[in-house]
Design a protein around this ligand. Sequence first.
Ligand code: HEC
Ligand code: HEC
Length: 148
Amino acid sequence: MKISIVTTVILALGIAAGSLAQNIATTRNAAIDVELEPAKMARVDNSDIKRKRAYPMQPPTIPHKVDQYQVDLNANKCMSCHSRRRSQDSQAPMVSVTHYQDRDGNFLADISTRRYFCQQCHVTQDTVKPLLANEFVDIDEILRRDSE
Ligand code: HEC
Ligand code: HEC
């Protein structure tokens, strides 16, 4: 019964089209009262290779490990490489100018409090197989298809 309700909701949302074959109701693959062995922690991709952004305003994903980097009231380790001041020495890309703007668009000397906690928006990537397939295509691909 429950499963059929879930299925109906998914159909109603129209997500089902391409992904009916996938088990998207749960990626857990076990009954709710069965305790599974948790999956091993995956390795963070530390390749230092910048990834393509899916759209211009996407926060770029982080191409390096961050697990030892402290970001709290007293310190922001990310900014010790990514700030305007530090980027020449660190060779890290400077955070863009939007990170120095307050909500009224004024330019500040230091990182805006709105952009202080980097990992609200920027995330590392694990070297794993995606749990679910993703059929996202970017605008360039759509335009290319249209012109064919
Ligand atoms: C030791 C210096 C250093 C620290 C600390 C550091 N980064 Fe980086 N970061 C880099 C460098 C250098 C690159 C360029 C690619 C590479 O070499 O990994 C980079 C790349 C990035 C990028 C990709 C930018 C793009 O255009 O694709 C993001 C996002 C990023 N870092 C976020 C962070 C965040 C968030 C933190 C803190 C949790 C952090 N970095 C801490 C040096 C650093
Ligand atoms: C509220 C979301 C948000 C937070 C918080 C945030 N960023 Fe970003 N970041 C973005 C977005 C969106 C972009 C891409 C558009 C832009 O540059 O504004 C970006 C771009 C970047 C870039 C690429 C700059 C370039 O010109 O290629 C770096 C590096 C970066 N952020 C690092 C950081 C670091 C380090 C912090 C923490 C001090 C941080 N960001 C906090 C959303 C955020």
